[in-house]
Design a protein around this ligand. Structure first.
Ligand code: AMP
Ligand code: MG
Length: 284
């Protein structure tokens, strides 16, 4: 008897009780396509599914009164592929329905506010798929590793993040959080590629090596963030990302399964369809 394939959401979800990142193979392909050609075929199908679902999500809010939105949070070490996911996965849907926000080092104005201030401003409106390229999780990752605030402050943020995300869930925002998990070897190859190609220099930042040198500290910070902030309202997924084609497929699959669960519906007409047909025929 054929075994029922596990969903991407079941496969990549952080286990209850916490994640052991060292136990997740960054080059693994635990579900879905096992090679690049199969992934390309699967992406075509996922693209059609995402596009249709996204249009219904948008229509339900813009042409109706649905509060539903989706928020895809992307986190990962430098070169893990946050930008690649945005072009290859978010690029599968109509750009009109996308809201993309990237979070850099905070400006002095942002630093003067609570860490969630700049995040709240970018929460997708009803009907939109929001994508966060980095996020409020930086405030328990780089901020913790580099000691930018006292420990008591960053420790208090896990609960505040959970409360914030529960609030979004209540509002109708379905949150999908992906940690793009790469090996230090894959990162070395990608950083080298950036230094060997003048068209990639712009992606290279000498400061990235400081974060790379603190790899173990970052893995510890990720472990705590993922384990403390994985909730049913806002689940965390660990996406094996050493193979770009697998990473892109996995995020697309997670997004598609999330949209399937929402099952967005087109709004009914708020006018008399038959009467309007008659008016169109009569017009001019
Ligand atoms: P990139 O995403 O490669 O353009 O780099 C953005 C940089 O901004 C990374 O080095 C992040 O660690 C940094 N960054 C993002 N959010 C924060 C934050 N809340 N506090 C400090 N640094 C941050
Ligand atoms: Mg960078």
């Amino acid at each position: 008897m054929a075994k029922k394939a596990r969903s991407a959401r079941e496969t990549f979800r952080v286990p209850r009780g916490g994640v052991d990142l060292a136990a997740v193979d960054p080059a693994g392909t635990p579900v879905g396509p096992g090679d690049k050609a199969k992934a390309a075929k699967a992406m075509t199908e996922l693209g059609a599914r995402l596009d249709a679902r996204q249009e219904a999500l948008y229509a339900g809010a813009v042409g109706g009164s649905s509060p539903r939105a989706v928020l895809l949070v992307l986190q990962g070490m430098d070169t893990s592929g946050k930008g690649g996911v945005i072009s290859h996965v978010a690029g599968l849907v109509n750009p009109q329905g996308l809201h993309i926000a990237s979070f850099k080092r905070p400006t002095p104005e942002e630093l003067a506010h609570d860490f969630l201030w700049r995040i709240r401003k970018q929460v997708p409106a009803p009907g939109f798929i929001g994508v966060f390229d980095r996020s409020h999780y930086e405030d328990v990752l780089v901020v913790r590793v580099d000691g930018l605030v006292p420990e008591a402050e960053w420790r208090s943020r896990y609960d505040r993040i959970n409360a914030f995300e529960a609030e979004l869930d209540e509002q109708g925002v379905a949150i999908v959080k992906c940690m793009l998990h790469i090996s230090p070897q894959a990162q070395a190859e990608r950083l080298t590629a950036r230094l060997e190609d003048p068209q990639k220099y712009w992606k290279y930042n000498p400061g990235d090596l400081d974060a790379r040198a603190k790899w173990t500290d970052y893995q510890a910070a990720y472990t705590d963030a993922l384990s403390s902030c994985d909730t049913d309202a806002a689940p965390w997924y660990v996406v094996p990302s050493d193979r770009k084609w697998y990473r892109n497929w996995a995020v697309a699959a997670l997004l598609a399964e999330t949209l399937d669960a929402i099952d967005p519906r087109y709004p009914p007409a708020d006018f008399d369809v038959e009467a309007e047909k008659a008016r169109v025929r009569a017009a001019v």
